[in-house]
Ligand binder design. Structure first.
Ligand code: ZN
Length: 161
């Protein structure tokens, strides 16, 4: 495993629609291993493949109060409720903004063996799933925010995705 460079706002790869994964080969397994390592090293709670410059529909999420999840070719099948909170992104360092998201989501995804799985989330887990899946469409959270990006205060703690 190795860490990869996290791409930041302004880089072209963050604005692209990602392509589906067709098979989990050694290259994809290495990519996913590297994504976990990169996310944990950056103390993030989620990371999408385009954030390391790979335009494939893969995200990893670990909000620390639930099981870590890998999403491969995910699609929403249900969204409900509403939550508004500050959000941050490893690709927009030092910034924060308030974003309104669904409180609950249900997603159809593939697992590491390319079997279909259904994943649910609420609260922070639902927020992270929505944030990461936006990355697969080339959307950064600032485009959905209720306000312009603010600077993160020195003493402010935030989950970055
Ligand atoms: Zn992000």
């Amino acid at each position: 495993m190795a860490t990869r460079q996290i791409r930041t706002i302004g880089e072209e790869c963050l604005g692209k629609v990602c392509k589906p994964v067709r098979e989990i080969n050694d290259r994809m397994r290495t990519l996913i291993d590297d994504m976990w390592e990169t996310m944990y090293e950056a103390h993030g709670v989620g990371l999408a493949a385009p954030q390391v410059g790979v335009l494939r529909r893969i995200c990893v999420i670990d909000v620390m109060d639930d099981d870590p999840i890998v999403l491969i070719n995910p699609e929403f099948i249900e969204k409900s409720g509403e939550q508004t909170d500050d959000e941050g992104c490893l690709s927009v360092p030092g910034k924060v903004a308030s974003v309104t998201r669904a409180e609950y989501v249900k997603v159809r995804s593939m697992d590491m063996d390319m079997n279909e799985v259904i994943i649910e989330g609420e609260g922070l887990r639902a927020r992270a799933i929505q944030h990461e899946m936006d990355h697969l469409e080339g959307i950064l959270y600032g485009e959905r925010a209720n306000e312009p990006y603010r600077d993160l205060e020195d003493d402010e703690e935030l989950y970055e995705e």
